[in-house]
Ligand binder design. Structure first.
Ligand SMILES: *Cc1c(COP(=O)(O)O)cnc(C)c1O
Length: 393
């Protein structure tokens, strides 16, 4: 018997739940592509993205998903044959590196583990050894959505500086911008990228890139450039050029509404809400893990992401758990990917989510554990409620 009818809930790490206000903003006719309202819309989004990335640098918006954002970031600052150091901490960092290799970069992967954050000391040591400064860019993911780790962005900048290395520091913030502190300028990130459909609460289809002065200087001599992604032409004053063609109007309508919601709540409050809902999730998973069948993928609590929690399952079929949650409860969890493929499920708590949404998703997981007779410590939901009750008091 299913109790899934009612509002379907996405507890997977992207796409995330679209606010009604975002859906409503998209339900309107297209407009003349260089009308004053479309020009203003583009300019307002580019300006507000600076607030979201916390930068006074340049921002760019592309009709693309996160992978497009990766390509946009790389193509604008690299030349064929440039050496790039990829800091591996999960599937996404590796994927960004594979894209760089496909584009003609000479990619070196600094191996990491899927269970912990990247060690800044290892990065510093690798960069110190690069005495000829062959490495042109360091690629890191702030939250790797596959492993559920948070990498320490300011610590990595300190490591690069300690090595006295001039490489560009490029950060993927797809699963972290709008979910936790991200301070592009204060942390010395040269190129940052994100996408619309996770913490930024809008439809899949927009990629965002931010570049500081150092990145814009590298752009001048980069030869991997292609016209669609090209920053120079997008910095033109003519609106049509800012999108290299027709604006993706409806995606922009939706993103405008989502940014209005995020900025009205206040970025700090948004980050805090994510931290609290992650804390509730961690409280529930900790309790379940007492049954010895479930475990956090990330062992060190401080390195667990505030936007997604991968849970390793020992001795049980993870698909049975995710199928149960979808079919019986109407909750779509994330499946394990990469090294965690078939071995974990992922609970997302990012974007347009509040206490009843996350507690509801956790309740569905606890139902599944009970129904499928997966040994687990009881009282996960009670622990989550207790945590939130205390943390919001
Ligand atoms: C989802 C995600 C991506 C890829 O985004 P797509 O829109 O699926 O291309 C890249 N990096 C991170 C960290 C992600 O979570």
């Amino acid at each position: 018997m299913s109790v899934a009818n009612g509002r379907q809930f996405l507890a997977m790490p992207g796409p995330t739940n679209l606010p009604d206000r975002v859906l409503q903003a998209m339900m309107r006719p297209a407009e003349e592509l260089s009308s004053a309202s479309i020009v203003d819309l583009t300019d307002s989004i580019l300006a507000d993205l600076k607030q979201v990335f916390r930068t006074s640098g340049e921002t760019f918006v592309y009709a693309a998903n996160g992978h497009g954002g990766w390509e946009a970031a790389l193509t604008n600052v690299l030349s064929r044959g440039d050496k790039v150091l990829v800091l591996a901490s999960g599937r996404f960092a590796i994927g960004w590196g594979e894209m760089a290799a496909f584009m003609g970069a000479d990619v070196e992967v600094l191996p990491g583990t899927w269970r912990a954050a990247i060690d800044p000391a290892a990065v510093e040591a690798r960069l110190r050894a690069d005495t000829g400064h062959a490495i042109k860019a360091v690629l890191m993911v702030q939250i790797d959505t596959a492993s559920g780790v948070v990498n320490d962005v300011p610590a990595m900048r300190r490591a690069i500086d300690a090595a006295g290395h001039p490489a560009l520091f490029m950060v993927d913030g797809v699963a972290s911008v709008g979910c936790m502190p991200f301070e592009m300028d204060a942390w010395g990130v040269d190129v940052a990228m994100s996408a619309s459909q996770k913490g930024l609460m809008s439809s899949p289809g927009l990629a965002f890139v931010a570049a500081n002065a150092k990145a814009l200087a590298a752009h001048k001599t980069a030869t991997m450039k292609t016209l669609y992604w090209d920053w120079s032409s997008r910095m033109d004053t003519v609106a049509y050029m800012k999108h290299c063609g027709t604006a993706p109007e409806h995606l922009l309508f939706g993103q405008r509404a989502a940014l209005d919601m995020i900025l009205a709540e206040g970025l700090e409050a948004v980050w805090k809400r994510h931290a609290l809902l992650a804390g509730a999730t961690h409280a529930a998973v900790s309790r379940w893990a007492e049954g010895q069948s479930l475990a956090f993928n990330i062992t060190e609590p401080a390195q667990r992401a505030p936007s997604v929690t991968p849970v390793i399952v020992h001795g049980f079929d993870t698909a049975a758990i995710t199928d149960y949650c979808r079919d019986i409860c109407g909750v779509q969890l994330g499946i394990g990917i990469g090294e965690l493929g078939g071995r974990a499920f992922r609970i997302a708590h990012m974007g347009h989510v509040n206490a009843p949404m996350v507690l509801g998703a956790l309740g569905a997981v606890e139902m599944a554990l009970q129904a499928l007779a997966v040994p687990h410590g009881s009282g996960g939901i009670a622990a989550a409620v207790e945590y939130l009750g205390a943390a919001t008091a």
